[in-house]
Design a protein around this ligand. Sequence first.
Ligand code: 5GP
Length: 207
Amino acid sequence: MSKKGVLAVISGFSGAGKGTIVKELIKRYPEYALSVSMTTRDPRPGEEHGREYFFVSDEEFEKLIEEDGLIEHAGYCKHYYGTPRKFVDDCMQQGRDVILEIEMQGALQVRKMFPDALLLFVTPPTATELEKRLRGRNTESEEVIKARLSRAYEETEYIPEYDYLLVNDDLDKCVEMTHTIIRNAHEEISRNGEFLKDIKTQLEVYK
Ligand code: 5GP
């Protein structure tokens, strides 16, 4: 089994429940390294700097872009979001599986930079359910909810770029499915080139 860390990217419509899936995944399987993103949006009630996000100013964010300190970044509903490079690099070097919970533009940038990243897309079973979940959060204005729903429509175009679809109608099932997908990735032939090279060398004496 490949000892190299898997970079797993989890995206989904805003309100699809990917945050809850990721939180539960980390709780059940603390061996996963969850990347904490940087954003210029304001913290929601209960969110803490360094836990949910690193909350920074536009200037701080732009400085990090210039210094190439982010592996990807995107504008989402008038704010910047990005993944700090150092944490991901360090974890991958240690062979840890890293989870990024990011939106689609960022996910597609990650795919370009790390072609063997695993891309998972989370959706609720129906659009009505999506709207209900967004409204149920009670944290966003009507304008923001509408923007997020319209963005969801635009995102449908790019879902085929992903590797796996997770229909979130059962949290427990989705968490276990995510874990299984990431675990199984270690067994992919394409991630086991070194092992295969070694065994071929060992077998040369029999040829
Ligand atoms: P929220 O404001 O609801 O916390 O997040 C809005 C969107 O930004 C979500 O789809 C979330 O997955 C995405 N997001 C969070 N962090 C990052 C990041 O580092 N990069 C990108 N591209 N998107 C992110």
